[in-house]
Design a binder for this molecule. Structure first.
Ligand code: CA
Length: 326
């Protein structure tokens, strides 16, 4: 029986195909599509989310919510338009949802669903973690009611992509990530260590094109997204991989440990520091610091590389099962 999930997202091209992939798996009962500012500003991600709901055939069945418009404590930043196009969805102009606009915010929807499906709800976040942090701020019990949070973000042992040390989502709202990973919520971080290992190539694009009209929108989006990566082995499947890991961790190799996010320095803003944990050989860290002791008690799962199961193949094959409605 499909399990309840919320997709919290800043669409964004790879967010868009992550939604399509999620629907195609048949594994999930999508309870809400909560948007957040990120790749493009919040009003645009909300518009894109509504349009994608229509394009992927869930218009009116799955509510789309407007999310946080700026980071928790910082000034708004300029968005990642070069990867996603000015609108966030490449060159596409998609028709709006026919459903009435939701008044409930993304954070409110997350809280409501965490109560309705206590102990069962998976949250997959593929944008900045601002909405999740707001939900936790309003009600810290969110952390124990959610079964699992899987988020795309961070870079544990590899360089960043927005700065030399930080991945975009973690850089965009570092305070939110630090709040979330120290909240006690059960989480898996799927960052660049793993997402750079699963790539979408021109061969995969040809597979989508060959599938006809139902894959035409997806193929155009991925063609745009391939952009600068075309000659370098394909584009990383950042957001779809986080959705994949919600159901099956074997798409990545993961380890248990603590994540601490750099929030104090502008130069290293958003760096995700990973502290591995080994139950057989627990480390005795600097004991005089209550903060170090408290933080290393808060642990999650962190993807450190690709796993044995081929994600790119699963991604392409699953998309083919979920043609667009248009
Ligand atoms: Ca995203």
């Amino acid at each position: 029986m499909p399990a309840p999930i919320v997709l919290d997202s800043d669409p964004g091209i790879d967010d868009a195909v992550a939604l399509q992939y999620l629907l195609g798996t048949g594994l999930w009962d999508l309870k809400a599509y909560t948007t957040v500012g990120g790749n493009v500003p919040a009003e645009q991600t909300f518009r894109n989310g509504r349009a994608l709901a229509r394009a992927f055939g869930i218009d009116g069945d799955v509510s789309v919510h407007r999310g946080a418009g700026r980071p928790l404590t910082r000034l708004p930043y300029s968005a990642a338009g070069e990867f996603h196009g000015a609108s966030g969805l490449g060159a596409e102009t998609l028709p709006d949802s026919t459903a009435p606009e939701q008044a409930e915010s993304s954070a409110q929807a997350l809280l409501r669903l965490s109560r309705a499906y206590e102990g069962e709800l998976t949250v997959c976040a593929t944008g900045p973690l601002t909405n999740v942090a707001l939900a936790l701020t309003e009600d810290p019990g969110f952390a124990r009611r959610v079964k699992k949070l899987v988020f795309m973000g961070g870079a544990a042992d590899v360089p960043g992509n927005i700065t030399p040390v930080a991945e975009f989502n973690a850089w965009a709202d570092p305070d939110a990530v630090d709040l979330v990973v120290s909240s006690g919520i059960a989480y898996t971080m799927v960052g660049l260590d793993a997402t750079h290992g699963w790539r979408f190539t021109t061969d995969d694009l040809e597979t989508l094109r060959a599938a006809g009209d139902g894959m035409a929108l997806t193929a155009r989006l991925m063609d745009f997204y391939l952009g600068a990566y075309r000659e370098t082995g394909g584009s990383p499947l950042h957001d779809p991989l986080a959705v994949g890991v919600c159901a099956d961790e074997s798409f990545v190799t993961a380890a248990e440990g603590t994540v601490v996010v750099e929030c104090g320095s502008e130069l290293t803003r958003g760096k995700t520091v990973f502290i591995p944990y080994d139950a057989d050989y627990p480390r005795a860290y600097y004991q005089e610091s209550p903060l170090v002791a408290a933080r290393t008690e808060r642990r999650g799962r962190v993807a450190l590389g690709t796993g044995p199961r081929n994600f790119t193949d699963d991604f392409v094959n699953t998309l083919l099962k979920q043609p667009t409605a248009a």
